[in-house]
Design a protein around this ligand. Structure first.
Ligand code: SAH
Length: 228
């Protein structure tokens, strides 16, 4: 079989031009209006978070494979979930599903500290190295099942789950401050669609806001084995 000709690798300037264009068209051009989120999306070099052979597609508004059967989310969804968290510069955020580290880097541009849990050792290793190389010293990654959250670092001013949960993991709400949000994809009753939901902790329990349909890789681990 003939080898595919190599595409020319876009220059850093070209990647930045594409990134700014994506932010204007696909984010600001839709309903992303939080300036801190737009600035973060302009700052984080998404092309460095995807495999080298896919760098040419880094600023198309779609998910891309990152190895181990996992994906980096679509930029619009990353921006939208981040906006829904309503973070402040002093916020401490928990992410479940570090993956490529891209979402964590976006959060780190906005919040003070980001704690992220990844369950696949290969991704944990590669991403920890990348985030260190890029200077994201306020992102802290641990290897483990995010079902348990990161209780030693709680309470959080926001929690984001970037893999689809079969139901709302209620024990994570205990690690959230009252009045703050957890944003996550939840598999619907029928089982073949997922819905983005925003859970807000209240003094007595929590409320749920149902947003739009999304497509994430499934959350693994104990959540599958345990009933609430
Ligand atoms: N936020 C990531 C998206 C990665 S895809 C990014 O920006 O690239 C989802 C990730 O969730 C995968 O890396 C997967 O291994 C991880 N994951 C799935 N179940 C998990 C669990 N129970 N605990 C922690 N991470 C989990």
């Amino acid at each position: 079989m003939a080898e595919k000709p190599h595409l020319p690798v876009p220059s850093e300037e070209e990647q930045e031009r594409r990134r700014f264009h994506m932010v204007e068209e696909d984010l600001a051009g839709r309903d992303i209006d939080d300036e801190a989120v737009l600035d973060a999306m302009r700052s984080v070099p998404r092309h460095l978070f995807v495999p080298e052979r896919l760098r040419d597609r880094a600023y198309c508004d779609g998910p891309l494979p990152i190895g181990e059967g996992q994906t980096i989310s679509q930029p619009y969804v990353v921006a939208s979930m981040t906006q829904l968290l309503e973070l402040a510069p002093s916020s401490k955020v928990l992410e479940i599903g570090t993956g490529s580290g891209y979402q964590a880097a976006v959060l780190a541009e906005i919040a003070a500290e980001v704690y992220s849990v990844e369950v696949i050792p290969e991704l944990y290793g590669a991403t920890t190295r990348l985030l260190r190389e890029l200077g994201y010293s306020n992102v802290h990654v641990t290897l483990g099942d995010g079902f348990h959250g990161w209780p030693e670092k709680a309470p959080f001013d926001g929690i984001i789950i970037t893999a689809a949960a079969p139901r709302i993991p209620e024990q994570l709400i205990e690690q959230l401050r009252v009045g703050r949000h957890m944003v996550l994809p939840v598999v619907t009753m029928a089982g073949w669609t997922q819905q983005l939901q925003r859970v807000t902790r209240t003094a007595k329990g929590y409320t749920v806001q149902k947003l739009y349909d999304v497509r994430f890789v499934p959350m693994r681990g104990e959540i599958d084995r345990r009933q609430q």
